[in-house]
Design a protein around this ligand. Structure first.
Ligand code: NDP
Ligand code: ZN
Length: 357
């Protein structure tokens, strides 16, 4: 089969590879729509997960099942499905302990384009199909469905980690597609005010649409100064980090009130340590909770998030700014993610011919 792969750090290209094999609990899908991710860029051009050779890229997709294993109960050939970027082994001890994303080891629930081939191919393999797939419900546009693979569950996990409660004032640092979904999740969770950090005009417009009350430009002045001004020196109840660098982290801690929470879903790609500001952490006694997590995958989560879309609570359309047709489109789409032009939020590659416009 034809596939788009990482050939080594900094190198990508088209390769021929054997079609994946289907185990008894698995499914083989062909993609109907695909999306490249900021994480694919970290993987290829920053060597975030180390050297990989001929590893098929991509972990955001909607697919059509072409084969199911003998023990798969709830899916059949021809079903059009959603899947999450994280595909845990649901019978692992880590999953039983409540951390499916770490099934098999730290972050090892992230399999696509990490420890096995990803979805940018004519066919891809899904482990534990009953646990990791969900039917695309009526009311979810299959073209937008890859947003439910990673951007929606990751952004919502940020809000989940932050434990958003009604009336919370929330700071969301980063309003790329992940942060935008943290804004949406905070709004749905009852935040009274949402301060959103970013500069790209399309992202700002989308953030306002998803419920941001104020926009903070991190290039103009330190985030903490702007937050303190907006909150009359009090700070916010919760911070969700969905962008920035290790230098952003101490600012997040400074912005949160005593007793508040900083929740991170961002990838920190450089530096050995992340600093905790001593004084603003209450010299160690400020009851400021710090959490960071890879999103959990799974069918239940997919179905619940998709239900927000089908009931009109969450609109995926503002996330997608660029469309490409045909599997070949993954190459320019990934390049677009790498370049991040001003008007980009997220591209989608429409593979199924009946969905192409
Ligand atoms: P984008 O690059 O599209 O967005 C990043 C956002 O952060 C932009 O709004 C950008 O602002 C802002 N930003 C950049 N630098 C700073 C800074 N110094 N201070 C404050 N804000 C800044 O990324 P994505 O939304 O696609 O992904 C966000 C992060 O989430 C990435 O690190 C990605 O790897 C990670 N991720 C994590 C996953 C998980 O499961 N935990 C899954 C998927 C992604 P501007 O408008 O100026 O560009
Ligand atoms: Zn992703």
């Amino acid at each position: 089969m034809k596939a788009y792969a990482m050939l080594g750090i900094g190198k990508t290209g088209w390769i021929e590879k054997a079609r994946p094999e289907c185990g008894p609990l698995d499914a083989i899908c062909k993609p109907i729509s695909l999306a490249p991710c900021t994480s694919d860029c970290h993987t290829v051009w920053e060597g975030a997960i180390g050297e990989r050779s001929e590893m098929v890229l991509g972990h955001e997709a909607a697919g059509e099942i072409v084969e199911v294993g003998s023990l798969v109960k709830d899916f059949k050939v021809g079903d059009r499905v959603l899947l999450t970027a994280i595909t845990p082994d649901w019978n692992s001890l880590e999953a039983q302990a409540g951390f499916p994303m770490h099934s098999g080891g730290m972050l090892a629930g992230w399999k696509f384009s990490n420890i096995k081939d990803g979805v940018f191919a004519e066919y891809f393999h899904v482990n534990d199909a009953d646990g990791n797939l969900a039917l695309i419900p009526e009311g979810v546009d299959p073209v937008l469905a890859p947003m439910l693979s990673d951007m929606v569950p990751t952004g919502f996990h940020g809000a989940e980690l932050a434990d958003i409660k009604y009336g919370d004032e929330v700071l969301v640092i980063g309003i790329g597609p992940v942060g935008l979904m943290s804004v949406a999740a905070s709004y749905l969770g009852g935040a009274s005010a949402i301060y959103a950090v970013g500069t790209r005009p399309n992202c700002i417009e989308a953030a306002k649409g998803y419920g941001a009350s104020e926009i903070i430009n991190y290039k103009e002045a330190p985030i903490v100064d702007q937050v303190m001004e907006l909150t009359h020196g009090k700070g916010v109840d919760k911070v969700i980090i969905a962008g920035g660098t290790v230098h952003t982290f101490p600012q997040a801690v400074k912005c949160v009130k005593a007793g508040g929470c900083v929740a991170n879903v961002n990838y920190f790609g450089e530096g050995d340590c992340i600093c905790l500001p001593r004084v603003e952490w209450g010299v160690g006694m400020g009851h400021k909770t710090i959490k960071g997590g890879l999103m959990p995958g799974g069918r239940l989560r997919l179905e619940r998030l998709a239900s927000l879309v089908t009931h009109g609570r969450l609109d995926l359309a503002p996330l997608v700014t660029h469309l490409f047709n045909g599997l070949e489109g993954v190459e320019p789409a990934l390049e677009l993610m790498r370049q991040k032009p001003e008007d980009l939020i997220k591209p989608v590659v429409v593979v199924a011919e009946d969905l192409q416009k």
